[in-house]
Design a protein around this ligand. Structure first.
Ligand code: KIV
Length: 268
């Protein structure tokens, strides 16, 4: 498994594979399958906790799920996503929240949904030894301002994303997530940076790709147009649960094989 420094050096090299994970068993399976980076995304809110957006996710929830993912891995690179308003309000509070993800939960780095307001913070965190993965394009924490639509589609918006990408790379970010932006913009940003870009809905020219694990394995009810289900875990899951319900109802489970008698017990 690569370190933060390895990932930083992977720009223009082997494609980087990143996948979200929210719990220890998933982290273990993803690590065994050879995923380079595990992102404890704040998509936790929609994917696991049943919220409509990522906005309600708390620092405590991210902390707890990050620690679970760390416990599930031997040596994977684990990146903790910083939830809505946990960074960017007060600098000392931002540093404390990010620091807890490394000091207490055991993450190797943090991801921050980025903008003009996170350039200085990225610099400061990097100086303090907290590696930062930046995130531009569609940033779901800005859903009320941007919606969930494609970003960087006008020349001005594309130029702004490229400028912000450069600014975050110069501030010390070790990698950049580009979400739901045109492939030619992602290609241009990738060419302009010495740090790797990791795309989601950003075309094939990024240095790596990231997907939400439930989308990738086919557990989500529906998959965004830019993602792909590489399995059908949803059917396997519901079939297995259905078989269990049927077996209990028809009395075929449990059998003697699943039970034990204690010979010292006497009920006469
Ligand atoms: O929260 C998340 O899962 C993310 C990825 C989709 C990049 O930010």
């Amino acid at each position: 498994m690569p370190t933060v420094r390895d990932v930083r050096g992977m720009a223009g090299d082997e494609p980087i594979t990143m996948l979200t994970a929210y719990d220890a068993p998933t982290a273990e399976l993803a690590e065994q399958a050879g995923v380079d980076v595990l992102l404890v995304g704040d998509s936790l809110g929609n994917v696991v906790l049943g919220h409509d957006t990522t906005l309600p996710v708390t620092v405590e929830e991210m902390h707890s799920h990050t620690a679970a993912v760390v416990r599930g891995t031997e040596e994977a690179l684990v990146v903790a996503d910083m939830p809505f308003l946990s960074v960017g309000v007060e600098e000392s509070e931002s540093i404390e929240h990010c620091g807890r993800m490394l000091k207490e939960a055991g993450a190797n780095a943090v991801k921050i949904e980025s903008g003009p307001h996170t350039v200085e913070l990225t610099d400061r965190l990097t100086d303090l030894g907290i590696p930062v993965m930046a995130h531009l394009g569609l940033t779901p924490q800005h859903v009320n301002r941007l919606g969930y639509t494609r970003q960087g589609t006008s020349q001005d918006a594309a130029d702004e994303i490229r400028d912000l990408a450069r600014a975050h790379a110069e501030a010390g970010a070790f990698a950049l997530v580009l979400e739901h932006v045109p492939a030619n913009l992602a290609g241009a940003v990738t060419d302009a940076l010495s740090i790797p870009t990791i795309g989601i809905g950003a075309g094939p020219d990024c240095d790596g790709q990231v997907l939400v694990v439930d989308d990738a394995v086919g557990l989500s009810e529906s998959v965004p147009p830019f993602a792909e289900a590489f399995g059908d875990v949803r059917s396997a899951y519901t079939d297995a649960i259905g078989d269990y319900v049927e077996a209990v109802e028809d009395g075929s489970f449990p059998t003697e094989e699943h039970s034990h008698d204690e010979s010292s017990l006497d009920f006469d």
